[in-house]
Design a protein. Structure first.
Lengths: 104, 268
């Protein structure tokens, strides 16, 4: 999270709507530790990463949806029991992300 | 300055102050509307925000401070009113701890390699030696701080702030420096105390430490000889061996530590 703070604070200052996705938990060989984060603003600009590049595209979609819906939720990527998400991680692990608007 | 949680959080991180941001990421039952609630926790400052219940805030603040001390981030479950072993709520505890510190005693050949390796791992490195001719900036350009001081003075300066994530490596091989350094290191809460030397040096030093009153519990805290048994020989290989031992102690993995093995430390 630390690595993207300056950029995110800048967006906020400029009055942009922002969503932040943070890795909160991993199962198996997740590529990034809890605390890894990426942020997306209303113009679709992206900073940071939450995996080795496997799921970032899908996270941007989720984040843009959250910017418009003001919703906040957990999203899981990787092959969990229900295999609900088509996007997998090349390492075979699972990451749990929490995505929310920056309204706090 | 704004008192929005985000702004206070950013300020603390930029000032390298330890800070922990707790967010409710999942909630069920009566607490279902608390997702997104936040508590910003800092040592010796009142917490900011609320997770939705005063008792929950109190319990989570206590747990978050403990996580912050070891620099760990992750999810934890609680009941809606802070009950343990219930899982109405899942919170994400995100620790932002300042970088850990490593103090290396002894301005010897191994010191530069260990200081460089520790820097690679994100430590703030202090190199200390009482002998001005050895403890020079030219020899240790990578050190964040250099102290031409006796161990007592170094611990007077840094000892109180040392915690479980920090490390002390004593590489002097000289009882005159080693013994006071070990004694003072044992008075701190530092997580790793490694002491260099052959097995013979270790035996002599252990005897000397007992004479000055170090007990079994104290001796048991020491990694001596320090490092894991990878047959390292050069200063660089030894530095890797020491840092690997520190990582293994933190993660709780079982490795072959030199202090638990027998026979020569280096191949003949």
């Amino acid at each position: 999270m630390k690595d993207i703070l300056d950029e995110v604070a800048g967006w906020r200052k400029a009055g942009k709507q922002v969503a932040i996705a943070r890795v909160v938990d991993t199962d198996g060989s997740g590529p990034r530790e809890p605390g890894a984060a990426m942020a997306v603003n209303e113009d679709g600009e992206v900073i940071g990463s939450v995996s080795g590049g496997c799921v970032e595209g899908a996270v941007v979609e989720e984040a843009l949806d959250i910017i418009s819906s003001r919703d906040r939720r957990m999203v899981t990527f990787g092959y969990s029991d229900d295999e609900a998400y088509a996007v997998g991680l090349t390492c075979g692990g699972t990451i749990h992300l929490y995505i929310e608007p920056l309204d706090w | 300055m704004s008192d929005a949680i985000f702004d206070v959080w950013v300020e603390a991180i930029k000032a390298a102050e330890p800070v922990c941001l707790v967010t409710v990421v999942k909630a069920e039952g009566s607490a279902a509307d608390s997702v997104g609630n936040k508590l910003l926790v800092r040592p010796s400052k009142p917490a900011l925000g609320t997770l939705g219940h005063a008792e929950l805030d109190r319990v989570v603040e206590r747990d978050a401070l403990a996580e912050l001390e070891v620099g760990r981030s992750g999810v934890r479950n609680y009941g809606a009113e802070g009950q343990q072993r219930e899982d109405d709520l899942t919170v994400f505890v995100e620790s932002q701890a300042p970088p850990p510190r490593m103090i290396i005693f002894g301005a010897v050949d191994f010191t530069a390699a260990l200081a460089s390796t520790a820097k690679l791992l994100g430590y703030r490195v202090v190199v200390a030696d009482a002998r001005p001719v050895f403890a020079t900036r030219k020899r240790f350009p990578m050190a964040d701080e250099l102290r031409v001081k006796w161990p007592d003075d170094v611990f007077d300066e840094f000892g109180e702030d040392l915690g479980p994530r920090d490390a002390v490596a004593i590489l002097t091989h000289d009882n005159k420096f080693d013994v006071p350094a070990v004694v003072r290191a044992l008075e701190t809460r530092v997580g790793y105390i490694g002491v260099m030397g052959s097995r013979k040096t270790h035996e002599g030093r252990t005897k000397r430490l007992r004479e000055v009153g170090v007990d079994d519990a104290g001796l048991d805290r020491l990694r001596s000889p320090l490092g894991i048994d990878i047959g390292g020989r050069t200063p660089e290989e030894t530095a890797i061996s020491i840092c690997a031992e520190i990582i293994a102690l933190r993660s709780g993995r079982k490795v072959s530590a030199l202090r638990d093995t027998e026979g020569p430390i280096h191949e003949r």
